[in-house]
Design a binder for this molecule. Structure first.
Ligand code: NI
Length: 452
């Protein structure tokens, strides 16, 4: 069936709404969208928090991937409705359903504490998202096939950016897409970090389709500028928070230890839901059985593990006592990092389990890389200009890599000496010689020829 004729037959008799703290109401007109929300794969997103370990710093940030996904859908719906009204020539109305479905499903492959989990177990949430859409075994696939047998492929091709319509792809995935617009607003709202807010309504007024993709009317430049600045501030203040990264590192090391013990046939208590991941042979069903609750239950059990390291790391994570960090200069301080790690290793700590380096970096907006779609402004005469050319603020902020490199160590090494007198005094003093104001310092070279 042609998407347009399907769309008409699929209309709900009465529009359905979900109440949302960020967008007020989320409006659903298609039965297809409602049925996708009701699938077990999509309902699972209720049990996965959007911000992972950042909730341990910003306690309000308990919102789920479910609410974010509905938000991305709603922003996309508003844009598509506006395009249909105002740009019937430039926008292909038959793209409506595929765009809305891709918006709703773009994160359906996320797992618990995704970034940490993926690194350790080699899973990839984008690949899993397309697997869920394409697999015969999922409810999502069955719902999508009602449109046509090929429809799951079309939705998946938006996620993989291979869809032939660049407008559809850029709405879901670009440097200013519905995904980012929702998570910046939502994360700002739930963390309480109000500087993450920007004028979404204005952006949704000035966004427009053109032949090559998506652009913004020139007079809306300051709203787009504000979005880039908000994005920068959210990365610096929330996403790269050093304590949040400390929780990530602690989780990483504890899962690493569990995997190590499993492979030595020595993991007690066992946790069968994670076995396929320790074995590195997970199926899609194994993956869909995971959520935050499953992972936390494993960690609660391991708090009493007879392995002292696993028990210690599990307690640290569960009770929010993460490894702490100092910054260092990558490329210059690698030797110093090794020195500090071996000082930690001289004590009861295993240095591979209780120290770790972690780097964060992000370009608030990348206009130098040809691989990224630039943000374009459109003059009334139709000519396009790249955002950083028009905006000095974006030019200053955009091209520079933001973030830092940190070495994480047990907190005792970075606490005031008075709090643990007599505890590994020599190693503590030795360690402190390399630290100043939370950063590793390079020893000043001795100038042999200097006068007294
Ligand atoms: Ni997302």
């Amino acid at each position: 069936m042609h998407p347009l004729s399907f769309e008409e037959s699929d209309r709900l008799p009465i529009e359905k709404v979900f109440r949302d703290p960020v967008h007020d109401y989320i409006h659903i007109r298609h039965k297809l969208i409602l049925d996708l929300i009701d699938t077990k794969e999509f309902q699972r997103l209720r049990r996965i928090k959007q911000l992972g370990t950042a909730q341990y710093i910003f306690h309000g940030a308990e919102h789920s991937r479910f609410s974010h996904s509905l938000g991305v859908y709603e922003i996309t719906r508003k844009i598509v409705d506006m395009f249909e009204r105002n740009y019937p020539e430039e926008w292909d109305a038959s793209m409506r359903l595929v765009t809305l479905c891709a918006a709703l499903l773009h994160d359906v492959g996320h797992g618990p504490f995704s970034h940490t989990f993926e690194k350790l177990f080699g899973t990839d949430h984008e690949e899993i998202t397309t697997d869920i859409i394409l697999s015969d075994e999922t409810e999502i696939n069955a719902v999508l096939k009602r449109v046509s047998l090929d429809f799951p492929n079309q939705v998946a091709s938006v996620i993989t950016k291979q869809h032939t319509n660049p407008q559809v792809v850029q709405l879901i995935s670009s440097q200013i897409d519905a995904d980012r617009m929702d998570y910046l607003q939502r994360d700002a709202f739930f963390t309480g970090a109000t500087y993450g807010a920007f004028d979404l309504s204005r952006i949704l007024r000035v966004i427009r389709p053109y032949e090559g993709g998506i652009a913004f009317q020139y007079q809306g430049m300051h709203a787009v500028e504000d979005y880039v600045v908000s994005r920068f501030q959210m990365y610096m203040q929330v996403y790269f928070h050093p304590v949040s990264r400390g929780m990530e590192v602690t989780l990483d090391r504890l899962l690493y230890r569990a995997k190590q013990l499993y492979q030595q046939d020595n993991l007690y208590p066992t946790f069968p839901l994670l076995d396929p991941f320790f074995n590195e042979t997970p199926t899609l069903t194994d993956y869909l059985n995971l959520d935050d609750g499953v992972l936390l239950t494993a960690i609660i059990q391991w708090c009493d593990s007879k392995d002292a390291y696993l028990s210690e790391l599990s307690n640290m994570f569960l009770n929010r006592k993460p490894l702490k960090s100092v910054t260092y200069q990558k490329d210059q301080d690698e030797d110093l990092v090794e020195t500090l790690r071996s000082i930690v290793g001289k004590l009861t700590y295993d240095k591979d389990l209780f120290t770790m380096t972690h780097s964060s970096s992000d370009l608030p907006y990348d206009y130098k890389l040809k691989s990224k779609t630039p943000i374009l402004l459109m003059h009334p005469d139709g000519t396009l200009v790249e955002l950083s050319e028009a905006s000095p603020v974006v030019r200053t902020l955009g091209g520079r890599l933001q973030g830092d490199d940190r070495l994480f160590v047990p907190k005792e090494f970075l606490e005031d000496k008075q709090t643990h007198i007599n505890m590994f005094q020599d190693e503590y003093d030795d360690f402190q010689r390399y630290i100043l104001n939370g950063a590793i310092i390079r020893p000043t070279p001795i100038d042999e020829g200097a006068d007294e």
